[in-house]
Write a protein that binds this ligand. Structure first.
Ligand SMILES: NC(=O)C1=CN([C@@H]2O[C@H](COP(=O)(O)OP(=O)(O)OC[C@H]3O[C@@H](n4cnc5c(N)ncnc54)[C@H](OP(=O)(O)O)[C@@H]3O)[C@@H](O)[C@H]2O)C=CC1
Ligand SMILES: O=C(O)[C@@H]1CCC=N1
Length: 268
C-alpha cells in the first residue's frame, strides 16, 4: 500500500483528493492529510472522504509521495519544518503557484520533484494541468507523475518557466469562467430570464462551445463568424464587447496573473 501525504488541506488539496479517490488512483486509506492548525477542516476531510488526518512521525518518514499544497507565502516555513521530518524515500509533487523547483530542493534537499499547476476541476476529473520536472525525476517516476495528473484530467509538460503562464491561464482559469457565469446570471435576470434558466442555457453553451473547439478544424475566429449574421444580434453584442475593450481586459487579466505568479515566490 502506498502512502500519499498532503501538506495543506485547502481547496486544491480537496480537489485532488476527491479526483484521485473517484478515479480509484488511490484509496482513502492510502491518503494522509495535514495542515497548520485547522482541526475542523481535517475532521471534515476525514468524515467526507475517509482520508487519514492523524499523521504521526512514521508517516512523514514512510510517505512515497508528499504533496506541497499550502499557500505560496507559507511554503518556505512549511518546507523548513518538513525537512527535518522526511527521508530520502519521498518524491515531491508541488502545486505551489510561483515557487521554483530550485527553491523546493534548496529547502527539502535534492530529490525528485514534479512541479504541477492543476485546477479545481480535478474534482470531477477535468483539470487542465501543466507539469515540469526536476532533473532527479527518473523516466519511470515521470510516467507515474503524468498518470497521476491524467487521472484527474489532461496534462501537458512545459518548460518550468512557462508554468507562470499556465497558472495565469488554466490554473486561475476556472475562476474567470465562474466570474463570467456570475455576470451572465446578473444580466440574464435583467433581460427577463430566471437565474436557473440562465445557468442551464449558459453551462450548456460553454460545454458545447468547448467541445466544438476540440472537435472542429476551424480556428475560433472562423467559428465565431459562423455565429455572427451580418446586421444580427451577435454582431451587436460583439460591438459592445469591443466598445468596452474586451480584448484589453483579457490581456490585462492574464498578464497581471502571470506577473503575480512570478512575484509569489517573494510574497508575504
Ligand atoms: N485553489 C486553486 O484553484 C489552485 C491552487 N493552487 C495552489 O495550491 C496551493 C493551495 O491553494 P489552496 O488550496 O487554494 O489554499 P488554501 O488556503 O485553501 O489552503 C492552504 C492550506 O495550507 C495549510 N498550511 C499553511 N501553512 C502550513 C504549514 N506550515 N504546514 C502545513 N500546512 C500548512 C493551511 O492550513 P491551516 O488552514 O490550518 O492554516 C491550509 O490547509 C497554493 O500554493 C496555490 O497556489 C494551484 C492550482 C489551483
Ligand atoms: O489564485 C491562486 O494563486 C491559485 C493559483 C492558481 C489558482 N489559484
Amino acid at each position: 500500500m502506498k502512502k500519499i501525504l498532503f501538506i495543506g488541506a485547502g481547496s486544491m488539496a480537496e480537489a485532488l483528493i476527491q479526483g484521485w479517490i473517484n478515479q480509484k488512483v488511490f484509496t482513502a486509506q492510502e491518503i494522509y492529510v495535514t495542515n497548520r492548525s485547522d482541526k475542523e477542516r481535517l475532521q471534515f476531510l476525514h468524515e467526507t472522504y475517509g482520508v487519514n488526518c492523524l499523521v504521526d512521525a512514521e508517516i512523514f518518514k514512510q510517505a512515497d509521495l508528499i504533496i506541497l499544497a499550502m499557500k505560496p507565502k507559507d511554503a518556505i516555513a512549511a518546507m523548513d519544518e518538513l525537512k527535518a521530518k522526511i527521508t530520502e524515500h519521498s518524491a515531491i509533487l508541488s502545486i505551489l503557484a510561483g515557487i521554483a523547483i530550485q527553491t523546493i530542493t534548496e529547502h527539502l534537499g535534492i530529490r525528485p520533484v514534479a512541479r504541477v499547476m492543476p485546477n479545481t476541476s480535478a474534482t470531477i476529473g477535468m483539470s487542465a494541468s501543466g507539469i515540469a520536472f526536476s532533473n532527479e525525476v527518473t523516466t519511470e517516476q515521470r510516467t507515474t507523475f503524468l498518470q497521476l495528473l491524467e487521472a484527474v484530467g489532461s496534462v501537458i509538460e512545459v518548460d518550468e518557466d512557462q508554468l507562470h503562464a499556465v497558472t495565469a491561464l488554466s490554473g486561475s482559469g476556472p475562476a474567470y469562467i465562474y466570474y463570467l457565469m456570475e455576470a451572465f446570471e446578473k444580466v440574464g435576470t435583467k433581460v427577463g430570464l430566471s437565474k436557473d434558466i440562465v445557468r442551464l442555457l449558459m453551462t450548456q453553451t460553454l460545454a458545447g462551445t468547448a467541445e466544438m473547439l476540440k472537435q472542429s478544424v476551424d480556428e475560433p475566429d472562423v467559428l465565431r463568424r459562423k455565429v455572427t449574421s451580418p446586421g444580427g444580434t451577435t454582431e451587436a453584442g460583439i460591438k459592445a464587447l469591443e466598445k468596452y475593450q474586451f480584448n484589453e481586459a483579457i490581456e490585462a487579466c492574464i498578464k497581471e496573473a502571470e506577473a503575480r505568479s512570478r512575484s509569489l515566490a517573494n510574497s508575504k
